[in-house]
Design a protein around this ligand. Sequence first.
Ligand code: ARG
Length: 461
Amino acid sequence: MGDSKNLWGGRFTGEADRGFVDFNRSFGFDRRLFAADVRASVAHCNSLASAGVLTGEEATKINGGLQTILDRGTAAGYFDNLESEDVHSFVEARLVELIGDTGRKLHTGRSRNDQVATDLRLWLREAVDDLFQRVGTTQGALLDLAEAHLGTVLPGYTHLQRAQPILFAHWCLAYFEMLSRDRERLEDCRKRVNVLPLGSAALAGTSYPIDRESVARELGFDSVSRNSIDAVSDRDFCVEFVSAGSLIMVHLSRLAEDVILYATAEFGFFELSDAVATGSSLMPQKKNPDSMELVRGKAGRVFGHGTSLLAMLKGLPLAYNKDMQEDKEAVFDSFDTVSACLGVTETVLRNLSVNEERTRDAASTGYMNATELADYLVRKGTSFREAHEIVGRIVVHAIARGLELHELSIEEMRSLSTSIEDDVLVSLSLERTLGTKSQTGGTSPECVTDSLAVARRSLTS
Ligand code: ARG
């Protein structure tokens, strides 16, 4: 089923170089636009019929042919015709093959320039919706994990040094928040994806009286593009999509890094399930977090696609240029990568074991309650700066004694500040340390329970 003729026969007398023909071809990857291309073609055909450019009979014949092609597209081997230059010429060639010369009327008033922009937007709209769902599913896994470990504490870090204790659920909710912003970005990106370019033709607009608004309605677009030159040369929406995907990857990669680190013997907080870990071919004891390492590693690939798109677009004169054919692989691979990483991350989260004893132990040692002692002194009337200084000295004293703050005697502490009294021990407890962080967004159990409920509602609304 080779497409012997190309789409511009008349002007050419010479044969194209075989190497160039292969180089020029996009069918190997843009076949992913097949269903969108057929769908947009049906809408275009209907608009030509309404405008009186095609007779009702011709339109019926064309649409019937397109429907057959769409059905055949689900069968194995249909796309093995690698001779086509791109998906648009493939569909048109199949149509002419199927219904004869009437098929040659479909391209009236349209160019592959507005066609490809329309197809890509239709495809991307679904991709955005799909990712939106998938991000939500991964968020659901974070909430389930948090709810399964409501009483679990974790040491919180800054500079990767022990800082203050936090609830494990609070850590889960931090990633939940990042992913919520990602969903907002996808929703926002969708607005600019969902604009119809068809009817812009090659660049100047069409001379056929088609009703673009009705084409937009038929294809589910919110509006029609306002400038034909811009419509065929705009790929901002691709950049926005890959940017939104890049931030999702930043977030997944940071989560991956936390999980990898916490699963080391040195931390010993988490254990990955066998379902998402690998062993070593040499070292029998190993359990490697390949799943999370790949998520971290694949982030760079999506960032790279963003850079490719920006570099591809920045020097282009108006309007369409073939450089823009490079947009598709960047967009497709970004979608595939982000989607796969969300899926694997969800599996990791759903099967993660948390060593609660170990995390509690880690959260109770290393002077993580030092800030609490300073706050205690502030409550007793000391200025924060002075309290900070005093507690610093108490910490030095405790380090020298090889003890935690709450293991020092009241007398020892009082030798550095007479404001310290018996009630200090309650203030230094892990429960109190967590419980005092009770302002909105804090890690107290009440706040975290509230946040979990709000998070759960945001997923279902
Ligand atoms: N395969 C092309 C692309 O992906 C389709 C548009 C071709 N337009 C053209 N004027 N050659 O951009």
